[in-house]
Write a protein that binds this ligand. Structure first.
Ligand SMILES: NC(=O)c1ccc[n+]([C@@H]2O[C@H](COP(=O)([O-])OP(=O)(O)OC[C@H]3O[C@@H](n4cnc5c(N)ncnc54)[C@H](O)[C@@H]3O)[C@@H](O)[C@H]2O)c1
Length: 322
């Protein structure tokens, strides 16, 4: 398939484009920033550039990964999020819907399921988050605009028959967490594979599978987060004594973590359930906490998905260039 990939210079895009080629597809990378997989330097907000691009190519699919996301909140005004994440998505949807048979995959985010109350961990037990979670009350402009973009995808399916799949991806960023500082970067990331992270390679694979299956699905929405070993029965214990729950499931964890001087968390406040995409589309996650634990102590930063030096291309933009 000929596939327009937005955000081709970004962390996901730079993994997705070569993987698409390896699967026999033909990616056309679009980004505002330059990069080895960027064929078109343009903004998704530029309606006429996007129209011209679709007039020049017949795309079989669009994978819309380009966005302003959480780290961008500190750098850009709310209006920029509306322009890029909502208007930019609408520009692409309108073009895709005009091509018979074109599929649309939106990289969305589990972050939009996090209300102020969930973020503040006000409940006395951890929160279980699957595709049925609601009502959704995103706490910041990133979540608000991504939820609107999801709604636009659903609307283009219902009104125009566009085959669209929304992937609510959990964390896969490689840089250090900007708020959680108690654990080292690698220690924290490995733990997150238990409840709120997947590898960037799994994220890229999920996008390709969604694109290949979109025609039979019609409209679909899936969380992508590595398989959690927890169940809703663990929620209270996870809040009170997460380390105890992890030790019960993985009795070898203390010995393995000791090889890296890593620690276990005292409390876990939320768990994303990314199993529906496996049940319904047959997606197989290749990276999980269990596999990473087995590989200790010989785990390199790349297999964890840790790169503290990574900076999103949007961090280097000078001025707002929607
Ligand atoms: N990284 C994560 O942990 C994470 C988690 C959940 C969801 N997501 C979503 O996954 C997608 C990819 O994230 P990423 O980690 O690769 O982010 P990234 O910041 O590395 O890449 C995003 C890319 O989008 C480009 N972009 C931004 N605005 C644009 C515009 N107006 N026109 C064209 N290009 C534009 C940027 O230049 C950048 O290269 C995003 O939609 C993001 O919301 C990411």
């Amino acid at each position: 398939m000929r596939v327009l990939v937005t955000g081709a210079a970004g962390w996901l895009g730079r993994h997705l484009c070569p993987m698409l080629k390896a699967h026999g597809h033909e990616p056309v990378g679009l980004d505002l920033a330059d990069g080895p997989h960027v064929d078109v330097r343009a903004s998704v907000c530029d309606r006429s550039r996007i129209h011209d691009l679709f007039a020049r190519h017949t795309f079989d699919a669009v994978i819309h990964a380009g966005a302003l996301h959480k780290p961008d909140i500190a750098r850009f005004p709310a209006r920029a999020f509306v322009d890029v994440n909502i208007t930019g998505t609408l520009n692409l949807l309108e073009e895709a819907a005009a091509i018979p048979g074109c599929r649309f995959i939106l990289s969305s985010t589990t972050s939009l399921m996090i209300s102020h109350a969930i973020r503040e961990e006000q409940s006395d037990q951890a929160v279980w988050l699957d595709e049925s979670a609601g009502p959704l009350e995103p706490r910041n402009i990133y979540g608000v605009t991504k939820l609107a973009a999801e709604g636009l995808c659903r609307r283009h399916h219902l009104e125009f028959g566009l085959k669209a799949i929304v992937l609510r991806t959990a964390r896969f960023f490689p840089e250090e967490d900007d708020t959680l500082k108690a654990l080292s970067g690698e220690n924290l990331k490995v733990l997150e594979y238990l409840y709120r992270r997947a590898s960037v390679a799994d994220m890229a694979r999920a996008h390709i599978l969604a694109m290949e299956r979109a025609y039979e699905v019609g409209f679909g929405l899936y969380i992508v987060s590595a398989p959690t070993p927890f169940t809703p029965a663990n929620l209270s214990a996870l809040k009170q004594d997460a380390a105890g729950v992890i030790r019960r499931v993985f009795p070898e964890v203390d010995a393995r973590f000791a090889t890296r001087n890593w620690k276990l968390p005292r409390s876990i406040g939320r768990v994303y359930d990314g199993s529906r995409i496996s049940r319904e589309l047959g997606f197989e996650y290749q990276t999980s906490f269990a596999r990473l634990l087995d590989a200790l102590p010989d785990l390199d930063p790349e297999s964890i998905g840790h790169d503290p030096g990574f900076k999103s291309p949007s961090a280097s933009w000078t001025g707002w260039e929607a």
